[in-house]
Design a binder for this molecule. Structure first.
Ligand code: SF4
Length: 472
């Protein structure tokens, strides 16, 4: 068991974050003044801030003794503690991790503050290629954010149902093979919520994102009704960016594509995750790579010029060659957007932590870098990025786009810089109040996650949002 005792500071959270990035689950044992991790080697360390702001993380036997010289004045104790803990973990584990001690979920936020890859590497030990990617992506985010007026509203509509549960998923979606009968009632509730809130909305709608789950999980009639509920109640103009995360190719039909086109949808997502059909089957996704190609072609023929495709790196059943083959196959199809996710352990996913947080000699890391290189060589630019807790292999998720086709909703949502009004179970509404540098003060208003609870409480949820946005 690895233990770090804290002396003279109380940054348990920061120490736990750094240790977890190397070894997995950690415990903040505040009663005994330590952070420990049972899946790490037997080492006992002390983390202390010494005179002059020097942060030190050391073992009594002298085998580990890592000190950092403060990189700014005044000293950020929180950051210095993480820096020395990071160096100590490098010593204990014998490896470095791509994002160094930058453990937060939005590296582009810090990259925006520094605006210099070298500063990111010096202050946080971020690997130079990741530092450069973060700074470039952060600049693109800021450029795109200016296209979303702060006085406008951005709308999310959530459909928490899927045709089957992908093995790696722990989203609050319900597998409809067990809940088919609930879809009409869910639409009733959604209609009630939207109809109650929408008349009070006097702000222009910049973007709408219909996500899930899988919004196309409905049959053709149900899907058309969903589109009607949205477009009959929310004022959509030619300038509104309207995106549907169609997601699973096994739910997309010509009639649904036509319904989206008729209602002004400009962008759709069709996500293969991998172009290896054997993997798709093992992941419990009920479609093949050819199903994806067919639907992708059909969407193009229906007139959708902007299609996003998601790929996942580090899938349990794949090696680096499978992933790179998928990236090459996607680049040949030339969708407007490609998003690369790195598999991470979600709390409720069927896949185990060991399947995700495995040592792999950096193969997934190299494969992701090669995937990025292929995309950039084909004209794609990185335009938004985020990380998740327990991201497998210490990596990140990055959205790429052909210039001019970037999804503004993604940028507004991920930067926490614009108001988001969410409808549907599990949605998170956000209201932005002020800005300090490139950080915003945000308040959040969650919607009940449980589908039955939501269906019974749609009116209450509507009232909560009217109150939250102060729009009565
Ligand atoms: S389609 Fe997405 S939300 Fe649905 S089960 Fe699969 S990963 Fe989860």
């Amino acid at each position: 068991m690895l233990q770090i005792y804290l002396k003279g500071h109380d940054n348990y959270y920061g120490i736990a974050d750094v240790v977890r990035a190397f070894f997995g689950k950690t415990v903040e044992d505040r009663e005994n003044g330590r952070v420990y991790c049972e899946c790490a080697p037997d080492v006992t360390l002390t983390s202390v801030i010494e005179e002059g702001g020097i942060s030190r993380c050391f073992s009594d036997d002298g085998k580990t003794d890592c000190k950092t010289t403060p990189v700014t004045d005044p000293v950020s104790v929180k950051r210095e503690v993480k820096r020395s803990a990071y160096l100590a973990m490098v010593k204990v584990s014998g490896r470095e991790i791509p994002w160094g001690c930058l453990t937060g979920i939005r590296p582009t936020l810090v990259a925006g503050e520094e605006d210099d890859p070298k500063e990111l590497s010096d202050k946080y030990y971020v690997r130079p290629d990741k530092a450069e990617l973060a700074v470039r992506t952060g600049r693109n985010e800021q450029r795109l954010l200016e296209l979303v007026p702060p006085e406008d509203i951005n709308i999310y509509v959530g459909i928490p149902f899927c045709p089957s549960r992908c093995e790696y998923c722990s989203f609050v979606s319900s597998d409809i093979s067990h809940h088919m009968g609930r879809l009409p009632a869910y639409l009733d509730a959604l209609e009630k919520e939207i109809k109650t809130v929408a008349p009070h909305l006097r702000r222009k709608v910049s973007t709408i994102y219909l996500g899930g789950g899988t919004p196309t999980v409905f049959d053709d009639d149900g899907f058309r009704r969903l589109m009607d509920i949205i477009t009959d109640n929310i004022a959509i103009t030619d300038n509104t960016e309207f995106t549907v995360e169609a997601g699973r190719p096994d739910t997309i039909t010509e009639a649904k594509l036509r319904a989206m086109k008729d209602k002004g949808v400009k962008r759709i997502c069709i996500n293969p995750q991998t172009l290896n059909s054997g993997t798709l089957q093992k992941l419990n996704r009920r479609h093949t790579a050819d199903d994806f190609r067919n639907v992708f072609r059909m969407a193009g023929e229906t007139g959708f010029g902007i299609i996003n495709t998601d790929l996942i790196a580090g899938l349990k059943y794949e090696n680096d060659t499978d992933f790179i083959d998928s990236v090459k196959g996607i680049a040949e199809l030339r969708p407007a957007n490609v998003t690369i996710h790195t598999l991470y352990k979600k709390r409720r996913a069927a896949i185990s932590a060991e399947d995700v947080l495995t040592e792999d000699d950096g193969r997934v890391d190299r494969a992701v870098s090669e995937g990025y290189r292929i995309l950039e060589e084909n004209g794609y630019i990185p335009y938004y990025m985020y990380r998740q807790k327990d991201t497998g292999h210490g990596l990140e998720n990055t959205g790429f786009a052909l210039p001019g086709t970037e999804c503004l909703y993604n940028v507004a949502m991920m930067t926490d810089a614009r108001d988001i009004l969410s409808f549907g179970a599990g949605g998170m509404s956000k209201r932005v109040f002020g800005q300090e540098g490139n950080k915003f003060r945000v308040e959040r208003c969650p919607c009940i996650k449980d589908v039955i609870g939501y269906m019974n409480g749609a009116e209450e949820m509507a009232a909560r949002k009217i109150d939250f946005f102060d729009i009565m």
